[in-house]
Structures are given as structure tokens and as C-alpha cells.
Design a protein. Structure first.
Length: 126
């Protein structure tokens, strides 16, 4: 996976280098009023791209920081629960929880000696 990431960035860098070599011409940009900036076209385009990507980069870093903080808080709470002793009245063998039936298992069948389940109600027709 690291190889693919490196190959991707090499292709992007080579394409950017070819673009810069082919379009290395001076441009004049009027900012506001009589303020004028002269720069090369690739510098202007790369600067505009980076300026536009900045808010998304900041948002991604903030989201990553927030999620890391939530994960560390959850891990700390889990570690605290794992190290906390169980209350005296609660033991693992005192009240076992029955297992849920497997939804993929076939329904149980009746053998010859088993009674049939009752489907009639106790208040039958009068």
C-alpha cells in the first residue's frame, strides 16, 4: 500500500513539474486599487490551490484531534472499568444468562414421547 501511495505522489509531482515548465510565464495580477503583483503562472496557481485547501486541511486536523481525544477517553474509561473490582453481591456464576437461540439453526423437532404443545386457550368457546 505504501508503494502505491508513493507512486501516486511521484506521478503528481512529475505532472506538476511538466506543467510548471510549460507555463512558466509572467502574469500581472491586480489585487485592489492600484496594487499590482507580478508573478509566474505556476506560483500563482499553486498558491491559489494551497490557499483553497487550507480550510479543509484545518478541518480535517481538528476532526482527527477530536476523534483521537474521544478514543483515548473511551480507552481510559474501559481500562478503569476493567480494573475496578466487581460488587460483592455480583459474581459470574451466581446468575448465568441463558444463551439466545441460533437464528440459523433448524427448529427443534418433537420425538415420539414428547407431548404436543398446547395451542388452545384456557377460556375456550362457551
Amino acid at each position: 500500500m505504501q508503494f502505491l501511495r508513493t507512486a501516486f505522489w511521484v506521478v503528481i509531482a512529475v505532472a506538476l513539474a511538466f506543467f510548471c515548465m510549460a507555463n512558466y510565464v509572467p502574469v500581472t495580477v491586480r489585487l485592489w486599487g492600484d496594487l499590482v503583483m507580478e508573478t509566474k503562472l505556476p506560483v500563482l496557481l499553486i498558491g491559489a490551490f494551497l490557499l483553497g485547501a487550507l480550510p479543509f486541511w484545518i478541518m480535517a486536523r481538528a476532526t482527527r484531534w477530536r476523534l483521537k481525544r474521544r478514543l483515548s477517553n473511551t480507552e481510559r474509561a474501559l481500562a478503569a472499568m476493567a480494573t475496578a473490582p466487581a460488587p460483592a453481591g455480583m459474581t459470574a456464576a451466581s446468575d448465568p444468562v441463558p444463551a439466545a437461540p441460533d437464528p440459523g439453526a433448524p427448529p427443534p423437532t418433537l420425538s415420539q414421547g414428547d407431548p404436543l404443545p398446547s395451542t388452545s386457550s384456557s377460556t375456550g368457546p362457551a
